[in-house]
Design a protein around this ligand. Structure first.
Ligand code: KG4
Ligand code: ZN
Length: 342
């Protein structure tokens, strides 16, 4: 193995994306291939685990080959395989982990297990050099966490959601409003149309904590709809299907979630004055309104704010290969007993 120019193959199959990427220690990202299952799950208004794992099985071989082809490398040039082994949907994770182990064994390539959340937490580094220590807000469909990131692979959880994730709140309320899946982009579009008006002023918890909770917000939206006879609880049916109602709910929801993020970041910054930057990552970081609100927090504190491009905010294997690279440098390899539980 030629340290200094190692090629890391990253594999990501934790949920509803099948992804593979190649990262070179000197040249950076060489390729990033992805198949998104959104079309398969749209119909159900959310991810169906059995459908997800079957699709992972169908696509994994093709996507890994595409990442190698795009990088113009074959497996003989791969020095380590980094694979997401937790957390995620067990059936989906197993496809990537078993595939990676089989290739690793057949080609005598070392393997590295990667925590999906560590991948997101360092995804800004694919395009930027983020100074340490920094705050990282990860907001996706499955997770909402605030980290104090001290170095590569060294980070502390300052707070996390106690129930639903922020993206899950967007997705569930979009389902309630019959807007389709995933909810985030549609909610953003509707909110933009009425210029982010905070029409309903949904309640924000005022107590000081760095943990998040979004299930109460979902209930507040539901009860507000019921109260204005826009939703029938018994029949579970939206009665007022007007675009005006959907815009008002979407916009109030988006502003509320942005306010919660701003409040948490301000509190974390007051507790950790040594913070030198903010990084905002995960699928929800695609949201331009929330990005601009977080950018303003950073400006108030005279520190930079980094957000990856959209393709590195949502699930991808580039971030997994990137984390795999610094773990390879530190010799943090797994063995072929790598599983999805430990
Ligand atoms: O990171 P990701 O692809 O998958 C998980 O690891 O969960 O994030 C997907 C989530 C979905 O909940 C989706 O609604 C949300 O990211 N999302 C957005 C936007 N684009 C995607 N949320 C708010 N605004 C957006 N523009
Ligand atoms: Zn993710």
């Amino acid at each position: 193995m030629n340290a200094g120019s190692m090629n890391i193959l990253g594999i990501e199959t934790s949920c509803d994306e099948t992804a593979a990427a190649v990262y070179n220690q000197e040249k950076g990202l060489l390729s990033s291939a992805l198949f998104s299952q959104i079309e398969l799950h749209k119909h159900f208004g959310g991810v169906i685990p059995e459908v997800a794992s079957r699709s992972q099985l169908e696509k994994i071989n093709y996507i890994v080959q595409k990442a190698l082809d795009d990088a113009q490398l074959d497996l003989s040039r791969i020095d380590a395989i980094a694979v997401t082994n937790k957390p995620g949907l067990p059936g989906s994770l197993l496809v990537g982990v078993c595939f990676a182990k089989a290739v690793a064994w057949a080609h005598s390539i070392p393997i590295i297990g990667i925590n999906h959340l560590e991948g997101h937490a360092f995804s800004s580094f694919l395009e930027h050099t983020v100074p340490f220590p920094h705050l990282c807000l990860t907001a996706s469909g499955g997770h909402t966490s605030l980290y104090l990131v001290e170095d590569f692979g060294s980070y502390k959880v300052l707070g996390e959601t106690q129930d639903d994730a922020a993206g899950e709140a967007f997705d569930k309320i979009a389902k309630l409003l019959e807007l389709g899946y995933p909810g985030g982009p549609i909610i953003e579009q509707l909110a933009t149309e009425i210029n982010f008006e905070d029409y309903y002023k949904y309640p924000r918890a005022t107590h000081q904590t760095l943990n998040f909770s979004f299930s109460g917000l979902k209930t507040a939206v539901l009860y507000s709809l019921v109260k204005q006879h826009a939703y029938d609880m018994e029949k579970k049916e939206l009665l007022d299907k007007s675009i005006a109602l959907k815009q008002r709910v979407a916009s109030s929801l988006l502003v509320c979630i942005a306010d919660i993020f701003v409040q948490k970041l301000e509190y974390a910054l007051s507790l950790h004055p040594s913070i030198r930057a903010i990084s905002f990552v995960g699928g929800v970081a695609c949201n331009k309104y929330i990005r601009s609100r977080i950018q303003k927090v950073a400006e108030r504190h005279a520190i930079p704010c980094y957000v990856p491009s959209g393709r590195f905010c949502t699930d991808n294997a580039a971030m997994i290969a990137f984390v795999g690279n610094y773990k390879a440098v530190k010799n943090q390899y797994a063995d072929l007993y790598l599983d999805i539980l430990r």
